[in-house]
Write a new protein. Structure first.
Ligand code: ZN
Length: 396
């Protein structure tokens, strides 16, 4: 029902704003490039006959009214910011597809009962504001105080963040089309994924205490080498991780102190990250890690939790609606978890939320090499448009 050509053309034009050849996307939230991109989308919304507005933190909305006065809105979209050197579809795909859905619904004279709102969230990607910032402001989830200098840097105020909070009663549901950012769909040759939930994230700061000493004159048997102890521990841990398929673990930061070629490391510090759909699995995995730290004879290990974001279930009714939409459009689909965090994560706290994934070629994202075929992008937009119409029927 959508115009694939128009949708792809707009998406590609948006993808040129902030694009640096050889580097990728330069469109951090609140930057000049960001504002230019948001203005482009706002203009397109207005051309489509949507009434546009912006909240106090910079989220952009384009709204069309439904036939039932006072009904809560179906909202669909994603984010417009990008990681440094990222791709052009991570985020903007969901916004431009929602806009195309609005145009298609209008042109076909389909009368939705609910108002329909396209949203372009700001600052979804991690940064000084903590990631999913725009959607957390809208849902009242910005709870930890933000340092004054960070607020000033982005021209934000505590009052503004509070004012961006939206009454949940004004929302019927939220839908987000996004690139998968993993290899699941591409490897299987399936064009559409329907996420069942978004994995939770837990992070732990781990320190192994050793003893600094001379790297030449200290006998091997007498060393308290924090590097060796930490890597032994991690080898044993990851051997167990490899036996499981219900969570993933990453150690992306690892440092040795004092960090000199001629000194036996006196401390090893690393961040252990565990992600799972199930909070209980994250906790179980952590307990296993903790037990390993305790029973490894030798050097003392301290473990401190720094992040705990529980997993989020996506609305089963919207998963069914997306599946019906795929069936009606003759597009194969599969249900799957989402390994990355999204604005839908925040939205699910206040309103039934659903997602639709399209394949990431070779599973690459947060990179200038990020890619999805035009056919798959258009299929995603088609399924989103049909799911919006399905959602209009199932919610009161
Ligand atoms: Zn994204």
């Amino acid at each position: 029902m959508i115009s694939g050509e128009r949708f792809l053309s707009d998406l590609e034009t948006l993808g040129t704003i902030g694009w640096v050849e050889g580097h990728g996307m330069d469109r951090a939230a609140y930057s000049k490039n960001y504002e230019e991109a948001r203005t482009f989308v706002q203009k397109k919304m207005e051309e489509a006959g949507l009434s546009t507005s912006m909240d106090e933190v910079g989220n952009l909305f384009g709204r069309m009214e439904g036939t039932e006065g006072g009904a809560p809105a179906i909202m669909a979209g994603s984010h417009l910011d990008a990681v440094p050197g990222g791709g052009k579809y991570d985020g903007p795909l969901g916004v431009m597809a929602a806009l195309e859905a609005a145009r298609a619904i209008r042109e076909r004279g389909i009368a939705l009962r609910h108002p329909f709102e396209v949203v372009g969230f700001i600052a979804e990607e991690g940064g000084p504001l903590g990631g999913t910032f725009g959607s957390r402001a809208l849902t009242g989830l910005v709870k930890d105080p933000i340092p004054e200098e960070v607020l000033n840097q982005f021209g934000l105020t505590v009052e503004g963040i509070q004012a961006a909070r939206r009454d949940p009663a004004s929302l019927c549901c939220y839908l987000e089309l996004h690139i998968e950012q993993g290899p699941y769909l591409d490897r299987r040759g399936i064009p559409i994924g329907i996420p069942t939930g978004i994995v939770g994230i837990s992070r732990y700061a781990v320190t192994v205490e050793g003893e600094t000493n001379h790297a030449g004159s200290t006998p091997m048997k007498e060393r308290k080498d924090a590097m060796r102890h930490a890597t032994d521990l991690l080898n044993k841990w990851f051997a167990w991780v490899d036996t499981r398929d219900d969570f993933v673990c990453n150690v992306g930061v690892f440092s040795l102190h004092p960090g000199s070629v001629a000194i036996v490391p006196g401390a090893a510090e690393f961040i252990l990250e565990i992600r799972s759909l199930k909070d209980a699995v994250m906790e179980e995995a952590f307990q296993r890690f903790k037990a390993l730290c305790d029973c490894e004879a030798g050097l003392p290990v301290t473990v401190r939790r720094t992040v705990w974001k529980g997993g989020t279930d996506l609305a089963p009714g919207l998963q069914d609606a997306a599946e019906r939409a795929c069936g009606a459009a003759g597009i194969p689909c599969v249900r799957m978890p989402s390994g990355a965090s999204h604005d839908a994560n925040s939205m699910a706290h206040v309103t039934p939320s659903g997602m639709i994934f399209v394949p990431s070629i070779r599973g690459v994202s947060h990179s200038k090499e990020e890619a999805t075929s035009p056919e798959d992008l258009a299929r995603g937009a088609e399924v989103l448009a049909r799911t919006i119409i399905e959602a209009d029927k199932i919610f009161s």
